[in-house]
Structures are given as C-alpha cells and as structure tokens.
Design a protein around this ligand. Sequence first.
Ligand code: PEP
Length: 247
Amino acid sequence: MRQPLVAGNWKMHGSRESVGTLLGALLASDIADTVEVAVCPTYVHLAQALELCAGSAIGVGAQDCSHAEAGAYTGEVAATMLADLGCDWVILGHSERRAYHNESDSLISAKLAAAIEAGLKPVLCVGETREQREAGEAEAVVAAQLAGALDGHSKLDGLVIAYEPVWAIGTGLTATPEQAQDIHAFIRAELAGVTGVNADATRLLYGGSVKPGNAGELFAQADIDGALVGGAALVAEDFQAICNAAA
Ligand code: PEP
C-alpha cells in the first residue's frame, strides 16, 4: 500500500558535466517502475536535472528551502521558487543543516509550512547522534524532532519522514535492520498522534550509509519504505541497485 521511495541526496557534489553523466546513466538504466525515485542535486544543478529528467519517472528535489516567501534573505531560496522551477521534492531538517547551520525544530517547522504551501513534497529528516543513542535517548530525540517540526500543521498529506541516525551518515556504519525497524515503528506510532498525518500511509525512509549490499535487508523491514541515500547516490550503478532492492 505504500509505494517504495528512494531519494538521492547529492549534497554539495557535482558539476554540469558530472550531473549530465550521472543522470544520463540513471535515465538509461533499468529501474523497476514500482519504485518512486528522486534525485536532489545542489540548487545550481536543479534546472539542469529538471531538464534532463523531464518526462521520465525520476523526480527532482532540493536539499533545503527558506522559511520565508521572499525578501531580504541573502543566499536563501524560497519554496515557491523551487516549485516554480518544477521541483517535486524538498529535503528538510537534514542533520548537516541542523549541525552546521544551527537549524532548530521551529525553523524546520516554518520551512515545512513554506514547502507545503508551495506544493512541494517534503522529506523531513530526523535522527539521533551517537552520544544520544548511547545514552538511551534515541526515541526521545526523534519524538522531540517530530513534534517540533510537525505540531501545528494541518495539511501533512504526502509527508515523507527520513530516519537518519547521525552516527550512520557518511560513516560507513549502518543501523542494523532491527535497530532501524525499531525506530521506524516508533516513528509510525508517534505519527499516529499527529493531527493531519495518516500514519499508515506515510512513507518512512531509512538513511545512513545505505549501499547495494545492505539495502535489501533494510527494505525487508515492515516499516521501512525506502531510503534517503547520500554517497551511494553519486554512483549510478549503486543507486540503481538500491532502487531495485526496494522494488
Ligand atoms: C544523507 O546524507 O542523507 C545520507 C544518508 O548519507 P550517506 O548515505 O552517505 O550516509
């Protein structure tokens, strides 16, 4: 009932040439049509990615958006601008934004409102640090991040949550399928109490060093509906294999 979704977060990587090569390879590759696929390049590569993916099954998204609609916000990009360009998706609350740009749950909540209002489909990232996990605080941290971002919204249809334990991002460490499933089940139970969310229909992605070799066992878990993929999304055959593992 929940269509699998695999989204690639390209972070701050790429050039016009490499974007063309990577998308050329992905567009020519065989990816099962039962899986929804999206790529999220840098802002400056969005127009190129949208042009290359036009008419294909690959959706395109940004890695962030502003909370504001317009105005004196140097360096920011409004959700309405992304929608106007043709973007489908926007990643919000990524741990790198939280850590390096001090993004708070209330700012992420405002960004979520802007994204929804603009008609973008948000992928909201949550996840605990290694210290928080070792202190037994993983569930409390994720619950607070969910409440902080989601409370007060009424239109949350189509929302996607990515559980990304910070200790697993770009480290080569992956949560075990059981660890990931436990938190995904917890997130789904938390979502059941949030106004405007249909918890059973909400897709929950796992993120954190997903590779072709571990994707299958993660996707076999009952509450894992796909992945947000960083490093492996930059290698066409790896991303294709991860997408197909979700089919
Ligand atoms: C990410 O940054 O969203 C991510 C999951 O990265 P990686 O797959 O490289 O751990």
